[in-house]
Design a protein around this ligand. Structure first.
Ligand SMILES: *Cc1c(COP(=O)(O)O)cnc(C)c1O
Length: 483
């Protein structure tokens, strides 16, 4: 019997411990060609190697990989993992379970149902339904499929040809996954109507109203409004109550993309900011972002029970036999668009079981108070300027203005220079391994930074000050010759 491979497992824990230790840098950045060169022997698979050599290659690969477990990894909306989540993901991977049927995933099926039930209650739609999905983009597909099926169940067998031309509404600051979903599902990207946002990044509801009227006037069929609770850049939360009443008035499906901001529902005080979410027909939330569940862990919820199954079921006879020896209602896999599906709910269950509603509430409140501290620090600090001074989710957007740029007239030329300084500063921060941070332009705003705070590791004020200091110090290295 070939036992090759089993003893390698014993090495894994030590490899991970060494390669993610405190003294290891966040990143040793190399350009693609350089990296190919450095790792060319390690990446090559034309001849096999023994375990010692394999370990060396793995260590080298990790050496040049980004250490997302660091406080200074602030590049994305996901961050370092919850250790209980990591434990969950190890176990889940080791068990290699697929979620589709009760017979292969008896307890994990119950866990997914338990998690869905608990989260439905938390979001104010008890009695609804849901499913774990690989991410917010896939959840968006689920939402559009459900909304369309609800209006036109015949779409499942007949397709789109005989249906009216449908339109979809979303804010200009919303996530791009809706554009992709509109293409994939045959609506077409032009069916997505972009609604203007106010200066804090919230959809202007009056503009939504007008846009719906306009589309109706053109003979179109408004089918879906996507409200966002926590936009990707500014962290804006749309006025969900107002949007709900528009949706009710025109009988349009209301989806809330709470992929980023859904975490606020964990806090007894902060969840007020999502007031109105209980009127949604469907909601998506990414525990793999703010709260630190390991990638991938996203949840799609909907108010109407049964719809998810009806819309998605294909009743494959080899997998979902109706004459099985147990209650086949527990074979939940036909609600999914996937066949094989990871047991993502288990990672979140581990975190929730260990921390409880109360523990998660505390971390959420702490994340928001650290963000408030960061916002105040930036507002007071010379050289930093906020893009928006309202904090809705734990996102803080700002420019850094080096000394040589200060006290000059802020004309178009000046802003054009800031637009180039921001990415240059990011480059310096990355190359010196001090900080990975996101930047972006938005609407009329030139390139600015986005710092987003997540649950883990639990940050203190000195971490925030350290981050700002890194930006300042690298910012002062930028000069006009570089940009
Ligand atoms: C990240 C994000 C998504 C997409 O989620 P993925 O899991 O990355 O596919 C959708 N909506 C918002 C608001 C997001 O921030």
């Amino acid at each position: 019997m070939d036992t090759k491979g089993h003893s390698f497992l014993d090495r894994v824990f030590n490899i991970l411990k060494d390669e993610t230790a405190d003294e290891v840098p966040l990143i040793q950045f190399k350009h693609p060609k350089e990296l190919e060169e450095i790792l060319s022997n390690d990446l090559d698979i034309s001849i096999n190697v023994d375990d010692k050599e394999l370990e060396n290659s793995v260590r080298k690969i990790l050496q040049y990989s980004v250490k997302t477990n660091k406080v200074t990894f602030r590049n994305q909306l996901y961050g370092p993992m919850d250790p209980y989540g990591l434990a969950g993901t190890w176990i889940a991977e080791a068990f290699n379970t697929s979620q589709y049927t009760f017979e292969v995933a008896p307890v994990f099926t119950l866990i997914e149902l338990k998690m869905i039930e608990h989260i439905l209650k938390l979001f104010g739609i008890p009695g609804g339904d849901g499913i774990f999905s690989p991410g917010g983009s896939v959840s968006m597909l689920y939402a559009l499929v459900a909304a369309r099926f609800k209006k036109f169940p015949e779409v499942k067998s007949k397709g789109m040809q005989k249906l009216p031309e449908m339109t979809i509404f979303t804010s200009e600051d919303s996530h791009y996954s809706i554009i992709k979903a509109a293409h994939w599902l045959g609506f077409g990207t032009e069916s997505v109507i972009s609604i203007k946002t106010n200066s804090s990044g919230q959809m202007i509801v009056n503009e939504l109203n007008k846009a719906i009227e306009r589309q109706l006037g053109l003979g179109k069929y408004p089918v879906f409004v996507n409200a966002t609770a926590g936009t990707t850049v500014l962290g804006a939360i749309d006025d969900l109550e107002a949007i709900a009443s528009v949706c009710k008035k025109y009988d349009i499906w209301m989806h809330v993309d709470a992929c980023w901001g859904g975490g606020l529902m964990l806090s007894a005080t902060l969840r007020k900011r999502l007031q109105g979410i209980q009127f949604a027909d469907s909601i998506s939330w990414n525990p793999h972002k703010m709260i630190g569940a390991p990638l991938q862990c996203s949840i799609f919820l909907l108010k109407e029970k049964g719809l998810l199954h009806e819309a998605n079921a294909a009743a494959a006879q080899y997998l979902f036999q109706q004459d099985k020896f147990y209650d086949v209602r527990y074979d939940t896999g036909d609600k999914s668009v996937q066949c094989g599906r990871k047991i993502d709910s288990f990672k979140l269950w581990m975190m929730w079981k260990a921390r409880g509603d109360i523990g998660l509430c505390k971390v959420m409140d702490h994340v928001m108070s650290i963000s408030e501290f960061c916002l105040r620090s930036i507002a007071e600090r010379e050289g930093f300027r906020l893009v928006s001074d309202t904090l809705q989710c734990p996102n803080i957007c700002f420019w850094y203005i080096p000394v040589f740029m200060r006290k000059r007239e802020e004309n178009d030329e000046w802003w054009a220079l800031i637009h180039k300084i921001t990415p240059k500063l990011k480059e310096l921060l990355t190359l010196s391994s001090r900080l990975m941070i996101a930047y972006t332009p938005l609407r009329h705003h030139k390139n600015f930074f986005r710092l987003a705070f997540t649950f883990h590791p639990v940050l203190e004020e000195n971490h925030v000050l350290e981050i700002l200091k890194s930006i300042e110090e690298c910012g002062e290295m930028v000069n006009t010759d570089m940009v």
